[in-house]
Design a protein around this ligand. Structure first.
Ligand code: HEC
Length: 121
């Protein structure tokens, strides 16, 4: 009878130990959930790029022949024109060749911002 109780206590002890190790696993950082990645925003990631490479012509007012409706200063303006802007930077027709090609990271950042849901900040 005594032996039975000892093995019962032993079993409880083992169970509580394995319970703890499961908790330890839960505390491990989970590296394969993309949702936890920091998302790109207009304020942090897009505005500086557009200011540097587009606003010379697509500011307010537009200059050097850029269409009057293609102003990319505010979040609302870039948000509304994002697909058109991406199409032109992705096919290499903007900015005009005389301005020098964009870096591939400019194009990738712009695409990622659209995928992230075009957040403002
Ligand atoms: C040196 C001046 C200049 C710069 C810099 C420039 N553009 Fe342009 N952009 C133009 C001109 C001129 C046009 C009109 C001719 C054309 O569509 O090719 C234009 C047209 C466009 C259009 C079509 C607008 C419409 O409504 O039809 C888009 C989109 C565009 N540009 C995006 C960009 C983006 C994005 C950048 C920055 C990466 C940029 N441009 C930089 C001069 C410029």
């Amino acid at each position: 009878m005594k032996l039975f109780f000892f093995s019962l206590i032993g079993a409880f002890f083992l169970m509580s130990c394995s319970g703890e190790s499961e908790d330890d696993l839960k505390d491990m950082p989970n590296t394969d959930t993309p949702d936890t990645a920091v998302k790109l925003t207009f304020e942090n990631d897009i505005k500086p790029l557009v200011e540097g490479r587009c606003l010379k012509c697509h500011g307010m007012p537009t200059r050097f022949g850029a269409p009057a409706g293609a102003i990319f200063v505010s979040f609302d303006q870039v948000n509304a024109n994002a697909d058109k802007m991406f199409a032109r930077i992705n096919n290499g027709t903007m900015p005009p060749a005389s301005e020098g090609a964009l870096s591939s990271s400019f194009v990738e950042t712009f695409e990622q911002w659209i995928k992230d849901g075009k957040l403002e900040k």
